[in-house]
Design a protein around this ligand. Structure first.
Ligand code: NOJ
Length: 537
């Protein structure tokens, strides 16, 4: 499988390893128990030494924090919780001094209900130009909802707007929390505002954007009901598919996602970015249903990249992993895009835990990571995975995720627990003093702090450092062609340039192909043990 010439261009992001920072949980500079920009700036040398090329920061803009910043009230300012615009400038400058690129998060599908536009929309009433920036619809004669769409966070995707005396009753659409009203992208004011926001951050020197819910924005005209398969609920989130094996998935009806009009927006943004120097990029968070629909976002005049969630959704199965590699390479190759790989982020259960937890989960997580780092394209890491952190079982009284608040179940707090930096007890050096962080850390994290793992040759951290260093020496020169090898039903194996990567997802040791092992995710002898990956040359 090969990619075409276009992908062989050398823009920095095509081969980058990008480290995702969840600002409230990375490092606390001022001792209020919540991570912030000065905390991040102080830890940038750690990331340079880890060996990543870029950082992506989840939102730090002015926000009531109902969805921890994915509810933006002002796209051009910093929430006081995280610092000031000058702190952002300092962070960008320091990152650049250290040779790290900076990607910021852009949230265009919805604003916060505290955004001045939404306040104005509520005040102005039905039929007003202010309401036309969002998706307001009249209630049915019996007060019923405009359609059957459900919020990704549970419950209906519609909330009633307060009605003044004599005013029609209206609902507004929110595909996420009721504090995150969806914008109406058919109103040109919306598109113009986001171009200004892009320029604002490009002018401040950011190297790229991660675009939240990039497959959202446009809804099918007419807002018809979603056709829901028997046995499923009318939930609109592709993450629902996580429990269905990749190979057996059927496509769902999604009038609220992935509409053709959205691509015009990204063509416009592509032009905006192209006017700036230095290979500015943007990466789509698009939970589309197939590799082909994902690839549409990375056509030459659209996004630079899209997250490849198929890799993250694959279960511990050689068949599934190999199928994702094949499908991804084919799909992005067709449009001249470049592939991406990701195993964890702030929305999903950490991969150590997804793969079984404990020593087994950790062994598998390291093996999957090593396999991912051998693939062409770029890789995204999530803070704390380099320490081998598992998902934390957060007590209900500490959970803050709107998903939990709306449904009373689950929630994403368990992957958002603050990073343990040093010391033997919480807060493990998270802040300057002994303040406990916004969400409690487990009391058995002393062995997984950065301090404890540094210099320990068997630690997950040193494994990541070694893998990232080794990847640097071949990632840009090994080419983008991948040849999948047949080494048995439980094995994923491929050759890329001088490197052969082998992953054993089975329960028996397997014979290694020719070559010498130069890096492995665990102990390797003449054969490759189960739950282990190796690189050979
Ligand atoms: C995707 C983000 O990654 C997630 O954290 C957020 O809750 C939703 N988009 C809504 O913005």
């Amino acid at each position: 499988m090969g990619l075409n010439d276009q992908t062989r261009r050398q823009e920095w992001w095509r081969h980058a390893v990008t480290y995702q920072i969840y600002p409230r949980s990375f490092a606390d500079g001022n001792g209020d128990g919540v991570g912030d920009l000065p905390g991040i700036t102080s830890r940038l040398p750690y990331l340079r030494d880890l060996g990543v090329d870029a950082i992506w920061l989840s939102p730090f803009y002015t926000s009531p924090q109902r969805d921890h910043g994915y509810d933006v009230a002002d796209y051009r300012d910093i929430d006081p919780l995280f610092g000031t615009l000058s702190d952002a400038d300092d962070m960008i400058e320091r990152a650049h001094e250290l040779g790290l690129k900076v990607i910021v998060d852009l949230v265009p599908n919805h604003t916060s209900s505290e955004h001045e536009w939404f306040r104005a929309a509520l005040a102005a009433g039905p039929g007003s130009p202010e309401r036309d920036r969002y998706v307001f619809r009249d209630a049915g004669p019996d007060g019923s909802l405009p359609n059957n769409w459900m919020s990704v966070f549970g419950g209906p995707a519609w909330t009633q707007a307060p009605a003044g005396p004599g005013e029609k009753e209206q609902y507004y659409l929110h595909l996420f929390d009721s504090s995150q009203p969806d914008l109406n992208w058919r109103n040109p004011e919306v598109g113009d505002m986001f171009v200004e926001v892009l320029r604002f951050w490009l002018d401040r020197g950011v190297d790229g954007f991660r675009v939240d819910v990039a497959h959202g924005l446009f809804k099918e005209e007419g807002l018809r009901d979603q056709v829901v398969e028997a046995g499923r609920t009318a939930s609109s989130d592709a993450r629902d598919a996580a429990d269905v094996p990749m190979v057996e998935r059927t496509l769902r009806d999604e009038p609220m996602w992935d509409q053709p009009e959205v691509h015009d927006v990204y063509r416009r943004w592509h032009e905006v970015l192209a006017k700036y120097d230095g290979d500015r990029m943007f990466v789509a968070e698009a939970w589309t249903q197939t590799p082909e629909s994902m690839a549409a976002y990375v056509r030459p005049d659209e996004f630079s990249q899209a997250f490849n969630f198929a890799w993250l959704l694959a279960s511990w199965s050689a068949e599934e992993f190999a199928e994702v590699v094949r499908g991804t390479m084919e799909a992005v190759g067709l449009v001249g895009g470049s592939p991406t790989w990701v195993l964890s982020n702030h929305d999903v259960v950490r991969h150590v835990t997804r793969y079984g937890g404990g020593a087994l989960g950790l062994a598998r997580a390291k093996a999957a990571t090593l396999t991912m780092l051998a693939l062409p394209g770029s890789a995204y890491l999530y803070q704390g995975e380099e320490l081998g952190l598992p998902e934390v079982d957060v007590a209900a009284e500490h959970k803050q995720d709107p998903l939990f608040i709306r449904t009373g179940e689950g929630g994403r707090d368990g992957c958002r627990v603050p990073i343990p930096w040093s010391g033997a007890a919480a807060p493990y050096g998270f802040g300057p003093g002994g303040e406990q962080p916004w969400i409690p850390q487990p009391d058995d994290w002393a062995p997984v702090t950065v301090e404890a793992e540094t210099g320990d040759a068997d630690s997950t951290l040193e494994f990541y450092r070694a893998a990232l260093a080794a990847r640097r020496t071949f990632a840009t020169s090994a080419g983008d062609d991948v040849e999948l090898l047949e080494l048995g039903a439980d094995v994923v194996a491929f050759r890329r340039g001088p490197v052969t990567a082998v992953l054993n997802c089975g329960t028996e040791p397997v014979a290694l192909p020719a070559g010498s092992v130069f890096l492995a995710s665990g102990p390797v002898g003449d054969t490759l043990p189960p739950d282990t990956a190796a690189w050979l040359r």
